[in-house]
Design a protein around this ligand. Structure first.
Ligand SMILES: [Zn+2]
Length: 240
């Protein structure tokens, strides 16, 4: 990493499970889906907001349920619209894209552009959370850092972030590119095609939902430790 701290851009693509009123009918009887990991990423808005506050940077968040449209998928992917929204007529799907997808993604892209102009380099941290067990498969770790291993600066930044969090919380099990690959389709993967590797670092932090859904005191403590770790990482890279 160079002596300059990258500008930080924070985002939460799955911050909530809100259903916009015109689409309420689609979700009738689906409350359990909406409340589960299928509907949103619990805890990410709290973590994202606290990070934004502590680090003095804006947070881009989308609180419309991913079951309407998934802001962390490209439009050509089969699961961008869920099985509940996929069969809508094309004009309504277009409206969903215009209202609940493009604004979030464009705002982040603009923020990245501005950050690169001002600071030369941007670290985009997408905040997500994962369900501890999926399709019978246990995911026995606390945090996953998703990135593209072919981008040396992303690899280096993730190493720094892991070390910084480990120093604060040696009890946490952290993994690289689990439970998903950072190169799978997603917002950071799209943005890597728009910005060069020495300007844009697209990293996603995935937190095990056991934490936000566990005892509130412990979750608040973890939020503070993650904030301090990201601050430590920024200071270590500021060249001060
Ligand atoms: Zn997510």
């Amino acid at each position: 990493m160079s002596a300059l701290a990258p500008a930080l851009v924070l985002s939460c693509e799955h911050a909530g499970n809100r259903v916009p009123r015109p689409y309420a009918e689609l979700f009738r009887g689906r409350d359990s889906w909406l409340r589960s990991h299928r509907g949103w990423d619990p805890g990410t808005l709290e973590l994202g907001r606290r990070l934004a506050e502590k680090l003095g940077v804006p947070l881009h968040w989308n609180d419309v349920t991913r079951l309407l449209i998934d802001n962390n998928r490209s439009l050509d992917q089969p699961d961008t619209f869920s099985e509940l929204s996929r069969a809508l007529p094309e004009d309504r799907r277009r409206e969903i894209i215009q209202r609940y997808y493009t604004p979030h993604r464009s705002a982040i892209e603009t923020s990245v552009e501005q950050g690169i102009e001002l600071h030369g380099r941007v670290l985009h941290l997408g905040i997500h959370s994962f369900t501890p067990s999926l399709n019978g498969q246990e995911r026995p770790f606390d945090a996953g850092w998703l990135y593209d291993p072919a981008r040396p600066l992303e690899h280096e930044a993730v190493s720094g972030l892991i070390r910084a969090l480990e120093a604060r919380r040696p009890d946490l099990v952290q993994r690289r590119n689990e439970p998903y690959l950072g190169t799978d389709d997603g917002l950071t993967t799209t943005l890597r095609t728009r910005f060069p590797a020495d300007r844009y670092l697209g990293i996603e932090l995935e937190i095990n939902q056991l934490h936000p859904l566990g005892p509130p005191e412990r979750w608040r403590g973890l939020i503070e430790d993650i904030c301090r770790a990201v601050e430590d990482f920024q200071h270590q890279n500021s060249g001060i």
